[in-house]
Design a protein around this ligand. Structure first.
Ligand SMILES: Cc1cc2nc3c(=O)[nH]c(=O)nc-3n(C[C@H](O)[C@H](O)[C@H](O)COP(=O)(O)OP(=O)(O)OC[C@H]3O[C@@H](n4cnc5c(N)ncnc54)[C@H](O)[C@@H]3O)c2cc1C
Ligand SMILES: Cc1ncc(C[n+]2csc(CCOP(=O)(O)OP(=O)(O)O)c2C)c(N)n1
Length: 597
């Protein structure tokens, strides 16, 4: 007897039907896509079923970022569907974005028929060639008999180990052809790729003993804690509570430990807090959990945390010793490792050095008293920090998700919006993709229809993917686009001011759209606020409207985002708000003898 008769799940169907069936079998409820000639068979199969809902975006980049927002806010895989040629090339930016931020994405792309591959056919491009460096893995499927196995492998690879984007490129004749569909249970994909999740016991023991011996320890946590799932955040909180060790996080890890937690130091890095960066600089034991020593964190490498012994927990062995040498590498899933660390801590009856820790915390408290995020809000002009602070205070008790674009507003959001839970914060960290936030908000809202989803945006970034407002209106997704409108590419202007002699080369948008009219043109609601006194009322109106809103919040044009470690500088060479005089900045530049950009 062959498999067809022994296993009723093994069925004959077309390649296009297999794509839809695999989505159903992997629990996909929504996908984001845009049709075209080379994917029409798949669109036809989608049309004939109701289990998987397709969200029609307005540009393939939007599909990718929406799928990223969906994935990050749910912990599930994000799925996108694009046609060949321009559809695939438009998907490159979100694929690279997802690769850098470890977001699980499955991108299905249509390809010209196999007989035409390599003939410069209409809308042909070498999709696997183009996307090879910006995916975790990709496949060109040349036979319908391979398709089911490749699809299962794609879902497995995207979501296992260090998550990331994958592409399955399917020629049109393979979509039309009929073949055998095997279900995920019959697939061998999981045997072929088995990342290590449990850590070596000896190393766990060495790590907890090193932590117990520390006098000035600090947790440096990152996106890997979010990737690992909510249990990792719970275990992290438990470990911090057990030890009382201060904790900071990267931009990507915000929410894993609550911003209101008593050991919280705030974000670290280029725009991180004074206390977080100095704690990293002066610590004697650094416990890095699911973070990758990015250059926005380390600053000048030869001056990075000069006195510390470092533990690095990461699921991807290639992250270890990539940028910074560590003393105790641990390869594994951060949730599994934390569980093992807590167990070992209790079994070995370890305790922190209470006197040394108290002294360390006293020092940190003095750094904290420096109040590095201070800003002045007086008069009518709205300070951007104040706008984010009020937005936070007025939405913190709701079921709120925040996305951002890229620039100063993104950093102010990270500094002034306090995240209490994981998966509430969606931002483009590694690639820094302007245009990420609006479609990401759409993806989040599709996953959480009743939640309050806000994109904290800049006036320049938001114009890059503004067209997805139309998709938001179509799907009744009441996203709120909260633009901190300073009329500049603020982050670029800030660097030009501080590091390029204030020569503001092409960073001012002389013509901006009327965002209120634009919102209305899309079928949404537009609100504009110009005076600080009107801010709260308008935020409340935005919250109350159950429709997509563009909120044009006119803020101080020339505000700068501090603290700031100019790139190439060390943690203890940070510029603070009231120190960043022209003279101090000029000296900082002169000391190096060249612009630090
Ligand atoms: C304008 C701008 C300014 C920025 N300024 C700052 C700043 O001031 N501070 C800052 O922090 N960032 C800043 N960033 C973001 C920065 O560029 C990086 O994206 C960020 O620091 C990387 O965060 P991460 O180290 O947590 O790594 P991620 O990119 O989140 O990577 C996660 C790491 O964890 C590992 N991992 C994944 N899953 C698991 C798992 N289950 N278990 C164990 N390990 C796992 C991965 O292999 C990887 O090494 C800025 C970005 C922009 C655009
Ligand atoms: C696609 C893309 N192009 C260029 C950049 C470089 N860049 C980083 S921030 C920024 C300005 C962002 O301006 P805006 O969205 O108005 O935000 P603001 O900094 O004013 O808050 C630019 C151009 C980028 N990050 N992404």
């Amino acid at each position: 007897m062959d498999d067809m008769t022994t296993n009723p799940e093994i069925r004959r169907m077309t390649g296009a039907e297999m794509v839809v069936q695999a989505m159903k079998d992997h629990g996909v409820e929504h996908l984001f896509g845009y049709p075209g000639g080379a994917v029409l068979p798949i669109y036809d199969a989608l049309f004939q079923q109701e289990d998987v809902q397709h969200i029609l975006v307005r540009h393939e980049q939007g599909a990718g970022h929406a799928a990223e927002g969906y994935a990050r806010s749910t912990g599930k895989v994000g799925v996108m569907l694009v046609t060949s040629g321009p559809g695939a090339t438009n998907a490159v930016t979100p694929l690279q974005d997802a690769l850098m931020d470890s977001i699980p994405l499955v991108c299905i792309s249509g390809q010209v028929p196999t007989s035409l591959i390599g003939s410069d056919a209409f809308q042909e491009c070498d999709t696997v060639g183009i996307t090879r460096p910006c995916t975790k893995h990709n496949w060109l499927v040349r036979s319908v008999e391979e398709l089911a196995e490749v699809l299962h492998e794609a879902f497995h690879v995207a979501t296992s180990g260090r998550p990331g984007p994958v592409v399955v490129d399917i020629p049109k004749d393979v979509q039309f052809a009929t073949g055998t569909y095997i279900p995920p249970q019959a697939s061998r994909a999981a045997e072929r790729y088995r990342p290590k999740v449990d850590a070596d016991r000896q190393r766990i023991r060495a790590a907890v003993e090193l932590i117990a011996s520390a006098r000035r320890p600090v947790f440096y946590t990152g996106g890997g804690v979010i990737n690992s799932g909510p249990e990792a955040s719970r275990l992290l909180r438990a470990f911090v509570a057990r030890t009382g060790i201060p904790i900071t996080s990267t931009l990507m890890g915000l929410g894993a430990y609550p911003a209101s937690g008593e050991n919280w130091l705030g974000m670290l890095g280029m725009h991180g807090t004074y206390e977080a960066n100095l704690a990293m600089h002066e610590c004697d034991v650094m416990i890095c959990l699911g973070a990758r020593f990015d250059d926005r964190i380390t600053g000048r490498l030869d001056a990075f945390s000069p006195h510390s012994r470092r533990i690095h927990v990461d699921i991807d062995p290639s992250s270890i010793n990539k940028n910074v040498r560590v003393d105790l590498p641990i390869v594994g899933d951060v949730g599994h490792v934390l569980a093992a660390m807590l167990e070992a801590w209790d079994d070995l009856k370890l305790e922190v050095n209470a006197a040394a820790l108290a002294e360390w915390k006293g020092k940190i408290a003095r750094w904290k008293a420096r109040n590095c995020l201070a800003f002045k809000q007086d008069g009518d002009i709205i300070m951007p920090q104040h706008a984010v602070k009020r937005l936070y205070e007025m939405t913190r008790d709701r079921d709120t998700y925040i996305t951002t674009e890229v620039g100063q507003h993104q950093m102010w959001a990270a500094q002034f919006y306090g995240f209490e839970e994981p998966n509430r914060w969606m931002t483009s960290g590694g690639l820094g993709t302007m245009g990420y936030g609006l479609p990401a908000a759409l993806g989040v809202q599709i996953a959480h229809p009743d939640a309050l989803v806000i994109d904290i945006a800049g006036d320049a970034s938001v114009q890059m993917t503004m067209q997805e407002m139309s998709a938001a209106v179509q799907y009744d997704a009441p996203i709120k686009i909260f633009i901190l409108n300073n009329q500049y590419m603020g982050m670029v202007r800030q660097w030009q001011q501080l590091l390029h002699g204030n020569r503001l080369s092409h960073s001012y948008s002389e013509a901006l759209p009327d965002f209120v009219k634009l919102a209305e043109a899309f079928g949404g609601v537009g609100l504009r606020v110009e005076k600080a006194g009107d801010l709260d009322g308008a935020i409340q109106e935005m919250i109350d409207v159950r429709r997509p809103v563009i909120f044009d919040c006119c803020v101080a044009n020339l505000a700068n985002c501090f603290p700031m470690i100019p790139s190439g500088r060390a943690h203890n060479e940070m510029l603070l708000p009231d120190e960043a005089t022209d003279e101090a900045v000029a000296n900082a530049i002169d000391a190096k003898g060249k612009a630090l950009v």
